[in-house]
Design a protein around this ligand. Structure first.
Ligand code: ADP
Ligand code: ZN
Length: 217
């Protein structure tokens, strides 16, 4: 499947993407994970992205498009891909449209995961992430804690609160989402690709997406 997952930070895009990859081997492409990996590895890209990310600001569109142009042409994308956290702005969506046309790729669906703002705030302040950049497993101190507090179940690395998950950075990220990313909902509605899902559980979101793809819409 070839799809875009839209939704505010904390809407569960990453969790839904992971579930979907298990269905047909499509790869999850998370620009956030790629950027955090680059920051930790100290690459040139990481150096350029770091300050924006810490502040809860978006990384400039040209850096992101450079990453995506390369990533979408890697062989593992042939089976399909789930874009998680990209596009984030109208210019990114427009550039993606041009890029996909050039590569001869057609999207199946753009799923917008709708979650009420209070629930988003709740989830983000209690979210914890594995510090190992090749793992990046996600936990929640209330609803899904690691078996041993502070230690990743999958790889044993420390489980931490991300730099951009302080209260201040979270509220900045939400403002940025409503201002820059929410307009993509209308953009993709006009493209005829939008599916709105408001299931509270990730499994429900996955079912709705599968049904839509099966219907061939
Ligand atoms: P979340 O969806 O939880 O906000 P991500 O992991 O998707 O977090 O992104 C973390 C940060 O990485 C963002 O706040 C932003 O600084 C940067 N980022 C990720 N994807 C993009 C993108 N497509 N465009 C611009 N910045 C991005
Ligand atoms: Zn881990």
């Amino acid at each position: 499947m070839r799809l875009i997952l839209l939704g505010a930070p904390g809407a569960g895009k990453g969790t839904v993407a992971k579930l979907l990859t298990q269905i047909d081997g499509s790869v999850q492409i998370s620009t956030g994970d790629i950027l955090r990996g680059a920051v930790q590895a100290g690459t040139e890209l990481g150096k350029q992205a770091d300050a924006y990310m810490k502040a809860g600001d978006l990384v400039p569109d040209d850096l992101i498009m450079g990453i995506m142009e390369t990533r979408l042409q890697e062989p593992d994308c042939a089976k399909g891909f789930l874009l998680d956290g990209f596009p984030r702005t109208i210019p990114q969506a427009e550039a993606l449209k041009v890029l996909l046309n050039k590569l001869g790729i057609k999207l199946d669906v753009v799923a917008n995961i709708e979650v009420p703002r209070e629930e988003i705030l709740n989830r983000l302040t209690t979210r914890r992430t594995c510090s190992n950049t090749s793992c990046q497993a996600i936990y929640n101190v209330r609803s899904n804690p690691p078996k041993v507090a502070g230690v990743c179940d999958k790889c044993g690395s420390p489980v931490i609160q991300r730099d951009d998950e302080t209260d201040e950075a979270i509220s900045k990220r939400l403002d940025t989402y409503f201002e820059k990313t929410a307009p993509l909902i209308e953009f993709y509605r006009q493209e005829g690709l939008l599916l709105v899902v408001d299931s509270p559980a990730s499994e429900g979101v996955v079912d709705a997406i599968q049904q839509r793809i099966a219907a061939g819409a």
